[in-house]
Design a protein around this ligand. Structure first.
Ligand SMILES: *[C@@H]1O[C@H](CO)[C@@H](O)[C@H](O)[C@H]1NC(C)=O
Length: 456
C-alpha cells in the first residue's frame, strides 16, 4: 500500500494485549489453497485464516477490565509497554458475528466492510493465512506464480480490497520476543513497508509511549513495525495496482524515529513506502480495468501474478513481475504502458520502475532500497495477508483518484483512477457503503503457468 493502513475500529470497549484470554475460543475459519506443479496437477492444503491481533478484544488477564478504551491506554494496567503486555490478554474472535468475516463456500473468504455488533460497529479487517494452529503459512514466491479469484463488484471507490505478502515471522514473533505469549494463533507480528505505528503491540510490548488517538477509534505510538511487502492486489471496482515495496531490513523490525520514514523522512526510512506500482490507469490505459472494461469488474475474475528470476531457478535474482487476468475463460495479458518516457511494457522490471519514476517526477527510493533483487530475497519467506480497508490518511486517492490531490490532474502520473477524490473520505464511504464487501477465492501457488488456463 502507498499510505499507512489505519486500523479503523469503532469499538468503545475494545482493548488489546499480548497474553491469551479464554473468554472466547479461537477457531480459525477454513481457507484451503492449492499447490500446483503443472496445469491440472494440484494438491490441496488445509490452510486457515486468522484475524490480526489489533482487531481483538483484550482485557486484564485476570478479568474483564479494559486495557485500552477509545484511543487511550488504561494507565493502571499499562504504565509502560512491558508491563502492559504482561497485564493484558487478547482473546478469541467471533469471526462472522463481530467482524463480518465468513467463508461462503470452500476456499472462499468474504470480508465485509462494516459489521454492526454488540459493541457498536467493526470497520474493515485483516487476516493471515495459517499452515497450522500456531504457524503462518510461509510462501517462497521466487520462480513461482500466485493465483486467486477476486470479486470486487461490491467494492466501490474509496475502499481497498488488498491481498499482499509481508515478511512476518512464521510464529508471529513469539520465539523472538518473550513478551508475546499469543503468537500467530492470535494474529500477532504484523509488519509492512509503511512501518505502521497504529499497531498496539510490537515485539511483545505495548506501543504505549507517545500514543495519541487520531480520530477517536485508533491511534499511533512512538514505534512502528517494518518489513518488505509485495502488494499483489490493491483494488476496488474502479482501480487496481500491484506494487513491490523492498526494505533494507530482512525480517519484521521495530522502528523508531527516522527509520520509520514518516513525513520528511519518507526517503530516509528503512522501507520503500512508495513502491514501484503498476496501475493500468495511471500508466495510460484508462479502458483496461473497471465495470464493462477489458477486465470487467462487475463480475469475478482470476488474477495471476508471476515472479520470474533471471536464471529461471527458485534461488535466482527476481527479474520481473508479470500479471495476467482470466475472465470467462479468456486469458487477458496485463495492459501495456502508454506514457512518454516509459518503454511499452506490461510487467514490472527495474528498468520500468526507473523510467516510470523519472516520467512521473517521483523519487526512485525503490532503487535505493535494492529494487527487485531486494524484493526477491524477501519473497522467499512471506506471509499472505487479505484485507479490506478505508483510508484515514489520504482517502485512497493514491489508488483510485488524483494524487497528490493539489497537483494538476493532467500532469504525468497524477491521475490514477476515475473516482471522485471525496468518495474515499472515511465518513463518506462508511455512510454511503456500509454493505460493501470483497470475496477472495481459489487461492493457488505453484510453478510458472501451472495454476491457470484458458478454457473453451
Ligand atoms: C484500568 O485497569 C485497572 C486494573 O488494572 C482497573 O482496576 C481499572 O478499573 C481500569 N480502568 C478503566 C478506566 O477501565
Amino acid at each position: 500500500m502507498y499510505k499507512q493502513v489505519v486500523t479503523a475500529l469503532s469499538f468503545a470497549s475494545l482493548v488489546f494485549g499480548q497474553q491469551v484470554g479464554t473468554v472466547t475460543a479461537e477457531t480459525h475459519p477454513s481457507l484451503p489453497i492449492e499447490v500446483c506443479t503443472a496445469p491440472g496437477s494440484c494438491t490441496k492444503e488445509s490452510t486457515t485464516a486468522v484475524l490480526d491481533a489489533n482487531w481483538r478484544w483484550a482485557h486484564v488477564t485476570d478479568g474483564y477490565t479494559n486495557c485500552y478504551t477509545g484511543s487511550e491506554w488504561n494507565a493502571t494496567a499499562c504504565p509502560d509497554g512491558k508491563t502492559c503486555a504482561a497485564n493484558c490478554a487478547i482473546d478469541g474472535a467471533e469471526y462472522e458475528k463481530t467482524y463480518g468475516i465468513s467463508t461462503p463456500e470452500a476456499g472462499a473468504l468474504r470480508l465485509n466492510f462494516i459489521t454492526k455488533n454488540d459493541n457498536g460497529a467493526n470497520v474493515g479487517s485483516r487476516v493471515y493465512l495459517m499452515a497450522s494452529e500456531s504457524k503462518y503459512r510461509m510462501f517462497n514466491l521466487l520462480n513461482k506464480e500466485f493465483t486467486m479469484d477476486v470479486d470486487v463488484s461490491n467494492l466501490p471507490c474509496g475502499l481497498n480490497g488488498a491481498v499482499y505478502f509481508s515478511e512476518m515471522d512464521e510464529d508471529g514473533g513469539m520465539s523472538r520476543f518473550e513478551g508475546n505469549k499469543a503468537g500467530a494463533k492470535y494474529g500477532t507480528g504484523y509488519c509492512d513497508a509503511q512501518c505502521p505505528k497504529d499497531i498496539k503491540f510490537i515485539n511483545g510490548e505495548a506501543n504505549v509511549e507517545g500514543w495519541g488517538g487520531s480520530d477517536g477509534n485508533s491511534g499511533t505510538g512512538n514505534v512502528g513495525t517494518c518489513c518488505a511487502e509485495m502488494d499483489i492486489w490493491e483494488a476496488n471496482l474502479d482501480a487496481t495496482a500491484y506494487t513491490p515495496h523492498p526494505c533494507s531490513v530482512t525480517e519484521q523490525t521495530k522502528c523508531e524515529g527516522v527509520d520509520c520514514g514518516d513525513g520528511d523522512d519518507r526517503y530516509a526510512g528503512v522501507c520503500d513506502k512508495d513502491g514501484c506500482d503498476f496501475n493500468s490507469f495511471r500508466l495510460g490505459n484508462q479502458d483496461f480495468y473497471g465495470p464493462a472494461k477489458t477486465v470487467d469488474t462487475s463480475k469475478p475474475f482470476t488474477l495471476v501474478t508471476q515472479f520470474h528470476t533471471a536464471d529461471g531457478t527458485d534461488t535466482g535474482a527476481l527479474q520481473s513481475i508479470k500479471r495476467f487476468y482470466v475472465q470467462d475463460g479468456t486469458v487477458i495479458p496485463n495492459s501495456e504502458t502508454v506514457v512518454e518516457g516509459v518503454d511499452a511494457t506490461n510487467e514490472i522490471t527495474d528498468e520500468f520502475c526507473a523510467q516510470q519514476k523519472t516520467a512521473f517526477g517521483d523519487n526512485n527510493y525503490f532503487k535505493t532500497q535494492g529494487g527487485l533483487a531486494a524484493m526477491g530475497k524477501s519473497l522467499e519467506k512471506m506471509v499472505l495477508v487479505l484485507s479490506i480497508w478505508d483510508d484515514h490518511a489520504v482517502s485512497m486517492n493514491w489508488l483510485d483518484s488524483n494524487f497528490p490531490t493539489d497537483a494538476d490532474p493532467t500532469a504525468p502520473g497524477v491521475a490514477r483512477g476515475r473516482c471522485d477524490p471525496e468518495a474515499g473520505l472515511p465518513e463518506t464511504v462508511e455512510a454511503a457503503h456500509p454493505d460493501a464487501y470483497v470475496v477472495y477465492s481459489n487461492i493457488k501457488v505453484g510453478a510458472i503457468d501451472s495454476t491457470y488456463a484458458a478454457s473453451a
